[in-house]
Structure formats: structure tokens, C-alpha cells
Design a protein around this ligand. Sequence first.
Ligand code: MV4
Length: 451
Amino acid sequence: MFKKILIANRGEIALRIVRTCKEMGIKTVAVYSTADRESLHVRFADEAVCIGPPSSAQSYLSIPKIMAAVEITNADAIHPGYGFLAENADFAEVCTEYGIKFIGPTPAQIRKMGDKITAKETMIKAGVPVIPGSEGLLKDVKSGKKIAKQIKYPVILKATAGGGGKGMRIVWEEDDFEDQWNKARMEAKAAFGNDGIYVEKFIEEPRHIEIQIAGDQQGNVCHLSERDCSIQRRHQKLVEESPSPFMTDELRQQMGDAAIKAAKAIKYEGVGTVEFLVDKHRDFYFMEMNTRIQVEHTVTEEVIDHDLIKEQIKIAAGIPITGDNYIPTMHAIECRINAEDVFNDFRPNPGKINSFHSSKGHGVRVDTHVYAGYTVPPHYDSMIAKLICRAQTREEAITKMERALDEFIIEGINTTIPFHKKLMKDQRFRDGDFHTGFLNEFDMGEPPEKE
Ligand code: MV4
């Protein structure tokens, strides 16, 4: 087992990793930018190294700074968390060259899923259902239009280097194809330095349901059930839950099998997530694979009662997984608490937290690196806490969440708490009747009167 793990991340996930390491008897090294000196991940790690100024490029994204911190602290493994360098194959490769274990998949596995066309071709070969569309890159407008006509409008243009919704364009009719094609190429070139585009049938009003999987170095793969992540706004997830209210035992069996096939096709090692779009007929299609731990892993931890960070570390150390699939026995919902003004287009709202009282009680979990007196820096993601409620049924989990949201007090900055309170009361949400477009029609209304 590893003796000392350097955590190449910040915030709640860095603290989350520190906690599991402590429980496993592994020493921890935190790295931090000058904007994060007062964060709890720095306080609770055994050692902490300042790696630069606030800008991510000069701190959490700087491979030389992180490797220097590894060198001076003698860590033998790196946990990348999510975001930053978590899906950077070059970083994973540098770790290997230094003789440091990267806690995650191999550089080759990361690359296979990072390029979306390569990922899709790999899935087709593995027999995993994919969205009908072009086989590989589009050569020109003419061949693109030909395929669009075959699969019928509406279609969607996607960048092979994209993911997470960046560089996508919907085309409703042939007359718009050329215009959208030009825009998609220009956007992709600017955003990723790669203007490779492919086309797919546009699935209307889909649900986003993802399957958590774990694979070990011995070639075993199991699935850990699903999460429904359809409640998102501009590709930012706000609420996740497990099980999905749309799931059936049969569908879970099929999607679980498909996710395992996907992971086995690339001999995946580590925990990962296979994302699917699910249409109203419960037909499902592979969308992307995330080769990292995700923000919402906590939802799965609650319903299957397992520590996924511990699983990651054990897999990286060469310990085999049990190989059993897990199905939820409880229901869990997660609300992301972001420092944002929900009455002002969810604008980021960093600043000083004057008072902070976390929800508590049976079935309530809060993962956060913040506290009263802490200042949320403006340089990073606005998520400051995750509130997870677990109960026997979905109805009870929602009721518990309403109670927990009422107890959560954060003063000094605006947060997404008012949004979540409103969502929990929404009849369509309560009925489980939603898809990825749900929040486009959701009206926050006016802010409550200040007393
Ligand atoms: C789609 C789609 C409909 N049809 N592909 C968005 C993120 C990226 N991973 C792919 N995405 C989508 N791809 C086809 N062929 C709709 C989306 C999509 C979406 C997917 C998941 C969660 C939220 C979404 C919001 C808008 C669009």
C-alpha cells in the first residue's frame, strides 16, 4: 500500500481524499495556491505545499509545480481528484516516468475516451449502443448533409475534442446545415485547437443517466448502479440522485451490462463513469466515459454504502475488486451548493462567509471545505458544498432534503440553496417527470423580501 499520497486538487474533493487516506493509515500532502491558504484541505492534510499564485494555470494545472511538490515531500502516489489534471493523459504519463503512481486509469485509457470519435468507434466494436450518425470525422459539408438526410433532422454537430457540451450545434433543417457546420468548426478550432466534427441524430428531451463502474488491474469489472443527472443548467449539474426515478430493473441490467462491456473494451482500471442518453422509449445510447472520480460519486457511496475513494486507492495499489454488481437499497439525492446568485442568472458570487451552519441529523451528509469566516475565492469553480440526503424511498429523501435545506444557513454570500428549495417543491420534479431540458423552463421568480 502507498505510504504518502499527494492530492493534486483543492476544495471539498481534496478534503474528501484526505479523510479516506487517514482512515487507511496513509499520509497526505495537500498542495494549494495562495488563494487557498485558509481552506480545510490544507489544514487537515499531514503536510501542505504552496504551489503558486491563484491562477489555476500557475498552480493546480502546473505539472512542474506539482511534480516539484511530490519530489520535496517524497510522496509515492498522486490523487488527481476531478477537474484540473484528472483526465490529462500527459500528466498521468509524467507521473509514471517519475515512478509515482497516478491513482486512476493509464494514459492510453484516458486518451481512448478523451477523443470522442475514438471512444465511439471503440464502443461500436464492443457492441455498446451508440447514437446513429457519421462513422468518424466528417470530410466536408456535402458528406455531412448526406448523412444528416439519412438519419433525418434534427441532427447535432459535435467536436471530437469536445465533451461536457462544449462545441455542440443542433441543426433543425438542411437549409441551416452549412451555417451551423461553419460555426461548429470555428468554435472547435478556437476552444480545442482541433476542428474535427462529427454528426449524430439529435435525441430530443433525453435523460442523462450514468453508470458508475470499477475495474481492477486483474481485468475484473463491476457496476455500482446508476445516477440520474438530468437536472442541470448549461451543462452544469445541480442535482443528482440514485436510483434514477426512470429506471427499471430490466433497464438497469441492460445499461449495467453495456457499461461493463465499455470498460472491458479498454481494459479499464480504476473507478469511472459511463454516461448514457436515455430517450422516452427507454432506448439508451453511449455518450461519453469519464475516466475520473466525479463530483456526484457521493450519491453512489450513500446508496451502496461503499467508499469509492478507498476503492480507487486499493485498485491503484493492485488489490482486486470483489466483482459483484451493486444495486441501490436506499435512495439518495445530492444538491450542489454553489456560491451563485440564482436570482441573477446564477452569477458567481464569491466573498466572505459570515455565518455558516451545516444541516445535520439522520441521513444527512455534507461534504465541504468551507466554514464561518472563510472567503470563497473568485478564481475557481463556485461549488462550496454538497448536501446529500439518504432515506428508504425517493419521497422520504425529498422530504429530508427539504428539512436539511431549511437548516442550512450560509450568510454573507448568495448560494443555490433557494433554487434547491424551490425545486424540491416542484410537482414535476417530485413526480420524477424531467429530462435534460427541464431547467430551461424553470422560473426562479423574485428573490424573497429581505427582513
Ligand atoms: C446529445 C444530445 C442530444 N442528442 N447528443 C451534452 C453534453 C455532451 N456530453 C453531449 N450532450 C448532449 N448530446 C445527441 N445526439 C443532448 C445533449 C445534451 C445534454 C446531455 C446530457 C445532459 C445535459 C444535456 C443538455 C443539453 C444537451
